[in-house]
Design a protein around this ligand. Structure first.
Ligand code: XMP
Length: 524
């Protein structure tokens, strides 16, 4: 839990795949909310959290199953508005004296329902302001069980052919229950429902990046006092925004360490250090450890071995520089909210999702450092908004993600300095092409990989025997799934020609059209 001084909304998670979307919709309304798994929410938690409203998420279980998830009964005595969604609706009905059943009920209606459905109105309700301007609303259903009897005090305000209790409410207590998922895009007017709910609950919508910045600065000062903080700066958006924010809070008490492992893109090290040191006046140690990293990687071609070598060296190097900073007691990390949300696990207690790729994982314990994580409450797009608020250049904030092991995982097989140099040049031409064609912001991530194969070509009158490279560009929301970007043939042809003409060492260009799954975004 944070010590943010805003009205807060509590989302009790019952394990739905789309719980995070509820939080997104609320954040878009400038409402501060946190997601907590049902089994972490007890009476003491509710008292400490003091929510101004509560939402019960959907979930995969059946409330008819003995032992299935429930919130503490005291949640209904808080005197705050509650919205139950899908499984959350059924939990609410069951606990307040209604009935939930599986399968089809006799006499029509009330059965399992998956996908698009249409809800028709049944009376008016402030929660539904702006709904039903047509005679029905499209919604997204995904439920096996159904409510067969609503709880005392509830009335029906919307029905669908298969859900006679699609929208119900106990207006005296401000309890609302919907069978569908208003948070997904397939419920086109769903955001309006959240907007009405938070308005009814009295939220002021004061969760803005400006307010967050001021509070975060105050929190960092209170946490750190007069101690020193070190921060591993990767040049990525998260660590950059974290560093800029902490610098605003404590100035020269922050020292950043930028490790150049020789696996960066063209000009990257110089640009990152110039921006932070020269333009933003941060204390930045530019750790040139190219020889160390490339030396240890020599002769290695197994992807996991490469990753392990890089990860291990990274920690050693970071520790070496950090030890030089007298009085360092804190380590800053750009951990984001999706990394810390506890997910509901039905195989035994809640599990915590931890950023698996983190480059300095394990360091805080090893070095006896405490963590400063000023982005822990934010989603990625909020981090970008905060970066803009802090004055970081737009070109920097919108950069595509870049992996910690850098070009090592874009150089399948053995890594050589020659291959890295060729790769850097080819990648730079490719990205230049993407920018020139105005496509950079439409693409989630784009890069070039150098393949461990030489192919025969002909240039002028001569034979060439050079490397082939693969271009990769994907669209994605979170990197978990991805699709290849549908470049035009003209773009691909022009880019291939430029790379072959401008990059000595490459004589063949291919375009990778694998989606994820079954592929991964990176080549290794
Ligand atoms: P994959 O290749 O797993 O990549 O589909 C998904 C996203 O994660 C990035 N990635 C990494 N980031 N350290 C990182 O910091 C890593 O070891 C690593 N491996 C993959 C990748 O660039 C993509 O954005």
């Amino acid at each position: 839990m944070t010590d943010i001084q805003h009205d807060r909304l509590l989302i009790i998670d019952f394990g739905s795949q789309v719980t995070q979307l509820i939080a997104r919709r609320l954040r878009e309304l400038n409402v501060f909310c946190e997601i907590h798994p049902y089994n972490a929410v007890d009476d003491a938690f509710l008292t400490a959290f003091a929510p101004k409203a509560v939402i019960f998420s959907g979930g995969p279980d059946s409330v008819t199953r003995p032992g299935s998830p429930r919130p503490p009964a005291s949640v209904f005595d808080l005197g705050v508005p509650i919205l139950g969604i899908c499984y959350g609706q059924q939990v609410m009905m069951e606990m307040l004296g209604g009935k939930v059943e599986g399968g089809k009920i006799t006499g029509g209606g009330g059965t399992a329902e998956f996908g698009r459905a249409f809800v028709a109105p049944n009376g008016t309700l402030p929660l539904l302001q702006g709904w039903f301007e047509e005679d029905k609303e499209q919604v997204w259903m995904s439920h096996g069980d159904h409510v067969s009897r609503i709880a005392p005090g509830f009335e029906v305000f919307g029905t669908s052919p298969n859900a006679p209790y699609a929208i119900t409410a106990d207006t005296a207590r401000n309890f609302y229950a919907v069978q569908f998922h208003p948070e997904v895009h397939h419920t086109p007017n769903g955001a309006r429902l959240y907007e009405n709910f938070v308005r009814l609950a009295g939220f002021k919508g004061d969760w803005t990046m400006r307010a967050y910045r001021a509070e975060a600065v105050a929190n960092i000062r209170a946490q750190v006092g007069d101690k020193q903080v070190i921060c591993g700066l990767s040049g990525g958006v998260d660590s950059s925004v974290a560093a800029a924010l902490i610098h605003e809070a404590i100035g020269d008490q922050l020292t950043c360490v930028f490790v150049d492992h020789g696996l960066l893109r063209k000009d990257e090290g110089r640009e990152v250090v110039a921006m932070f040191r020269d333009h933003m006046n941060l204390k930045v140690i530019h750790a040139d450890e190219v020889e160390l990293f490339l030396g240890q990687l020599e002769g290695q071609s197994d992807p996991e071995t490469k990753r392990k070598i890089i990860g291990g060296l990274f920690i050693d190097v970071f520790q070496k520089y950090a030890n030089e900073i007298e009085g360092a007691e804190f380590l800053a990390q750009g951990t984001l909210y999706p990394d810390v949300i506890e997910s509901v696990s039905f195989s035994g207690g809640p599990s915590v999702t931890i950023k698996s790729h983190h480059n300095v994982g394990g360091l805080p314990e090893k070095m006896g450092l405490r963590l400063v994580e000023p982005l822990r409450e934010l989603f990625k797009d909020e981090v970008r908004a905060l970066g803009r608020e802090l004055g970081l250049p737009a070109s920097f904030i919108g950069r595509h993600p870049f992996p910690g092991p850098g070009l090592a995982i874009r150089c399948p097989g053995e890594i050589t300095r020659e291959k890295l140099e060729i790769l850097r040049e080819a990648d730079a031409v490719y990205i230049d092409q993407i920018r020139k064609h105005g496509l950079y912001d439409d693409i989630w991530q784009a890069f070039c990989a150098i393949l461990p194969v030489r192919t025969v070509g002909v240039m002028g009158d001569g034979r060439t025997y050079d490397f082939a490279c693969a271009l990769r560009a994907v669209t994605s929301v979170d990197g978990m799934t991805a699709d290849y970007y549908p470049f035009s043939h003209e773009f691909l042809g022009e880019t291939a020609t430029r790379i072959i003409n401008e990059v000595p060492g490459i004589n063949r260009v291919t375009y990778d059209i694998t989606s994820k799954p079954p592929g991964t975004i990176e080549w290794e």
